[in-house]
Design a binder for this molecule. Structure first.
Ligand code: ZN
Length: 374
């Protein structure tokens, strides 16, 4: 109990992280409490169509042209049961939003061979000219008939980036959600509530339609590299980026095998930024049953006792290059940090801040700052 609370506290220090950090929060029973109940559900037509496309594991769990999305206020228990609600008030929306339907499926993705992402479709996103000329929008798909999250699609620019404090109090359990820990997983929890569109890009925190059950490695490494490309391009140019993230499920699996991430800069017609990649929802050392989210160690990894190296013993700061947070060596966070994310730094805080500036997202851990302030 105590160490889990510690993990929670540590998670709060990682302010700039792209996705949800502290998903291993205890109390799955309480996890749905406090939901605002705002859920968009598929119509029955959409559901039945979805049933067909499930078999092919097509990209879009969302909608195709002509289908309707309905918005309704629902109780958290309805959301919990992952049932589509066919009897709600209907708001017709532009339903073509989040679809690369029929253009891409899991069959187009090579089997995972150790690389966390792979370029697909010659790095060309599946956007249409309509998408490119659409102007500002931010859309999230209705859940399909299995309650699964679909594509999230938005025009990202400085206006969509959050200015308020990050709310890390995520409560929604996406399909396949389980609490499982492994000693070698960063911060120990296998699954994160993983944002499709990173919080840092659109500020959508606890929006159930923006969350999937994703591995720690997908959340913190696989997707992050590409999220950072988007945010740094937007910061650098003040231009806009079409950005779509689509979870791909095989058959009726509850956990996505990965996400299709598509991005294209708008004002310069993609010359500044363009990618189309698939990121695998995998965790080294863990075997995942995507049908249910069940998991077990695959035997390739073992927990190892922590022994600091000479370099670490001499360091004045330890930097997490994944989260861009730096710590004094005596911080608890250092113990939980993955070895390959560590940079050891000798020097003063001022020197550190000059080399890893706040303007690029680097910053001192909150706890460390408070501890060393006195
Ligand atoms: Zn710290």
């Amino acid at each position: 109990m105590v160490w889990r609370l510690a993990v929670l506290a540590l998670a709060m220090t990682v302010g700039l992280s792209a996705c949800a950090e502290h998903d291993g929060r205890l109390g799955s029973d309480a996890a749905h409490v406090g939901s605002d109940g705002k859920v968009v559900s598929a119509t029955s037509e959409a559901s039945s169509q979805q049933g067909e496309s499930d078999a092919d594991a097509h990209v879009s769990n969302a909608q195709s042209e002509g289908e309707q999305a309905t918005t309704s206020d629902r109780t958290s228990s309805a959301a919990e049961s992952h049932e589509a609600d066919p009897s709600s008030d209907t708001n017709t929306e532009d339903a073509a939003d989040a679809s690369a339907a029929g253009m891409f499926s899991l069959d187009d993705v090579p089997a995972y061979h150790g690389s966390l992402s792979v370029d697909v479709n010659g790095s060309q996103p599946f956007f249409t000219d309509e998408d490119r000329t659409r102007g500002p929008f931010e859309t999230y798909s209705p859940f399909d008939d299995l309650g699964r999250t679909g594509a999230a699609f938005a025009l990202i620019n400085r206006d969509t980036m959050p200015t308020e404090e990050r709310n890390d109090n995520l409560s929604y359990n996406p399909t396949g959600w389980q609490v499982a820990t492994y000693d070698w997983v960063d911060q120990r929890f296998l699954y994160n509530r993983c944002h499709l569109i990173a919080w840092s890009l659109a500020g959508e925190g606890d929006n159930p339609q923006n969350l999937i059950t994703g591995t720690r490695t997908l959340n913190m490494e696989g997707m992050r590299r590409f999220e950072e490309q988007v945010s740094s391009y937007v910061y650098r140019t003040s231009n806009s980026v079409l950005f779509r993230v689509t979870p791909l499920y095989r058959g009726s699996d509850l956990v996505a095998e990965g996400v299709l991430m598509e991005a294209e800069s708008v004002e310069d017609n993609g010359t500044g930024l363009r990618f189309c990649v698939f990121c695998y929802n995998v965790e080294p050392g863990v075997e995942i049953d995507y049908a249910t989210g069940a998991n077990r160690a695959d035997g390739s990894r073992q927990a190892q006792p922590y022994e600091p190296s000479e370099e670490e013993l001499q360091a004045d700061f330890v930097i997490n290059k994944s989260s861009k947070v730096y710590h004094y060596p005596d911080c608890d966070s250092v113990i939980d940090m993955r070895a390959h994310n560590k940079i050891f730094f000798q020097g003063t805080l001022e020197e550190l801040e000059e080399l890893y500036p706040f303007s690029d997202g680097w910053h001192l851990c909150k706890k460390c700052r408070e501890r060393h302030a006195h």
